[in-house]
Design a protein around this ligand. Structure first.
Ligand code: B12
Length: 208
């Protein structure tokens, strides 16, 4: 299917109402929703992510685009489920124990969803048991967010506990660095939401 330029641009510009209109119209006309997702919606969020990495757009624009994407996804998700459309992989994300910051975590979750992953969002203040339970539900990657230097060390607790459990632990958040990720034995580190998608793609061997 060729890219639906109206849908692609509406997501880029964060025009939620237009996204809903275009998606509803396409669904009513019997359009292929999987193609719409793969050829127009996911590329729009990936383009947005690249712009974010190049500092061409900032957090507010990303959040608005992600909300427009989420509005479109909400319409097509039940149809995709019926047609047996498979997500790229299942991942989970949570802010670690003691930490209540969730704006960055939510942005990462939205980008991953936008990139075609099934995301088990565990919320904030997550202990090891919560992450472990998500792995038991099938998460292939465990993404941990921390915004406080006091909660960051809990990422090591998670990485240690999930070692050899079959899921890749990926860490991020403002105080976290690649060096810290390597020190605690995490499988990956991402500096921002776009990076998070690239790291997950790479570690799970997926290219969308
Ligand atoms: C908003 C905010 C709050 C809000 C949180 C609201 C919410 N729902 O999240 C509230 C008011 C509740 C809050 C509370 C506190 N906060 Co506060 N907060 C912030 C603030 C201003 C912005 C954080 C934010 O949302 N940034 C925007 C998002 C988009 O960026 P981000 O989180 O970094 O995420 C990006 C990347 O890091 C990355 N990323 C994030 N997670 C992950 C995960 C993975 C796996 C990957 C790959 C990538 C990734 O991708 C994201 C998108 O690009 C920061 C200051 C700052 N400049 O960071 C302070 C800040 C984090 N807070 C701070 C502090 C001290 C606190 C409090 C302890 C204050 C107090 N005395 O009560 C409490 C702690 C509460 C708790 N237990 O968590 C300090 C931390 C200092 C430190 N070094 O530890 C900061 C740095 C402020 C400061 N300069 O002092 N805070």
């Amino acid at each position: 299917m060729a890219r639906n330029e109206e849908l692609f641009n509406a997501i880029l510009k964060g025009q939620r109402k237009i996204v809903e209109e275009v998606v509803n119209k396409a669904v009513a006309a019997g359009g292929n929703v999987a193609e719409m997702l793969n050829d127009s919606m996911i590329p729009a969020m990936r383009t947005m992510g690249d712009k974010f990495s190049r500092n061409e757009v900032y957090v507010p624009e990303m959040l608005i685009a992600a909300r427009a994407m989420a509005a479109g996804l909400k319409i097509i998700e039940p149809i995709l489920a019926q047609t047996g459309h498979k997500p790229l992989a299942k991942v989970c994300i949570g802010t670690v124990k003691g930490d209540l910051h969730d704006i960055g975590k939510n942005l990462v979750a939205m980008m991953l969803k936008g990139a075609g992953y099934e995301v088990d969002d565990l919320g904030v203040d997550c202990d090891v048991a919560k992450f472990q339970a998500a792995v038991d539900r099938g998460a292939q990657a465990v993404l941990c967010s921390a915004l406080l230097t006091t909660t960051m060390p809990y990422m090591k607790t998670v990485a240690d506990a999930l070692k050899d459990k079959g899921a890749k632990v990926i860490v991020g958040g403002a105080p976290v660095t690649q060096q810290y990720a390597s020190e605690i034995g995490a499988a990956g580190y991402g500096a921002d939401a776009n990076d998070a998608v690239k790291v997950v793609d790479k570690l799970l061997g997926v290219r969308a």
